[in-house]
Design a protein around this ligand. Structure first.
Ligand SMILES: [Zn+2]
Length: 338
């Protein structure tokens, strides 16, 4: 294809989608930034310690630690789901101890008030119909002005089910089951190691969630490519409108004052911005923005749609040189075709 810039954007998008793991998708993103947008030779080296890498964390742990960490992540995932239920009654599960089988509950009002003092009047509103569970908690020593209170999971399970429904009860069963597996696998491991890994998991969970969101972007983008190649109208391709909107928000209409007192366009791809990213969420947004930008820029020319292909042999997407005849992404795939 003739338009080199267009092809660059298309290749950027396709490399991300073709990557076999989320870690490799991010690496292809970073390598393409460096190679396609004239970033410094040092960029990949500098950024490798900045982006949320899952390999980096896993490689720090031995096999038994990885298994235990995986269980801890599952436990935390269940607690997250439980807290979706608990928030309707303004309480939260703070933690679950797999050794004592105690669940630690905390009033969100107490949390938010952060002084442990008396709640304001409007915070008391809405607590008239909390039902027996909160009465039980009060009897057990937990009230709106208290900090976290630990209770045996078994002791409150039925009441939680009565108040929050069966799904909450199922979560509690899963929590107890995961707790047993953690306690079993920790039997011959130092319990303080569990505590260390538990702390690591808080950080790790954010990275794991980030990677599952990257996987979601890959799946969405793959579906978009698939349907574009099939010739579906853009307005019937799921998520296409979302990417179009993202493009419109980040498009190249932004302008800055440069050193020569001129107004120049701001590129979406500027090295210093990537090196300054501090938050995991910001990485996610940058990657999403870049994918949206590259997809729409590539498709802006009617012709470029015809150059998009899926290799008959390796099933990877590619930009063809000869759209009418080319079925394979490279010679090896042509030679290996059946
Ligand atoms: Zn191929």
């Amino acid at each position: 294809m003739k338009n080199r810039l267009e092809k660059k954007y298309g290749q950027f998008f396709i490399d991300f989608v073709n990557s076999d793991t989320t870690e490799n998708a991010i690496l292809s993103f970073l390598i393409n930034l460096q190679q396609q947008f004239s970033f410094s030779d040092d960029f990949c080296n500098l950024v490798k310690n900045l982006y949320p890498s899952i390999n980096g964390i896993a490689s720090l742990l031995g096999q038994s630690d990885q298994t235990l960490l995986d269980l801890i992540l599952k436990k935390n995932g269940i607690i997250n789901r439980l807290n979706d239920r608990f928030k309707v009654i303004n309480y939260a599960v703070e933690s679950y101890n797999p050794f004592s089988e105690n669940i630690s509950l905390i009033s969100l009002e107490w949390n938010r008030g952060n002084n442990g003092g008396l709640p304001s009047d409007d915070q008391q509103d809405g607590h008239d119909s909390d039902g027996g569970f909160l009465e039980t908690l009060k009897l057990l020593g937990l009230s709106i002005v208290d900090g976290p209170v630990s209770i045996k999971l078994d002791a409150v399970k039925n009441e939680i089910e009565a108040l929050l429904g069966q799904q909450a009860a199922e979560c509690l069963d899963q929590l107890a089951a995961i707790g047993c597996r953690i306690a079993d696998s920790t039997a011959d491991v130092d319990k303080s190691r569990y505590e260390e890994l538990n702390l690591l998991a808080v950080e790790h969970r954010e990275v794991v969630e980030f990677h599952s969101q990257i996987e979601g972007i890959q799946i969405d983008c793959k579906q978009i490519l698939e349907m574009v190649i099939e010739g579906q109208p853009y307005d019937q391709i799921p998520n296409f409108d979302r990417y179009l909107e993202l493009f419109n928000n980040v498009g190249s209409h932004r302008v800055k004052i440069n050193g020569g007192n001129q107004l120049t366009s701001v590129s979406l791809f500027e090295e210093h911005r990537y090196l300054a990213i501090k938050e995991v969420d910001a990485w996610l947004q940058e990657i999403l923005n870049a994918m949206a930008f590259c997809l729409i820029e590539y498709l802006r020319s009617d012709k470029s749609r015809n150059y998009l292909k899926k290799c008959v042999t390796c099933r990877q997407y590619f930009i063809a040189r000869q759209p009418r005849t080319q079925k394979f992404c490279r010679k090896a795939c042509r030679l290996n075709s059946v």
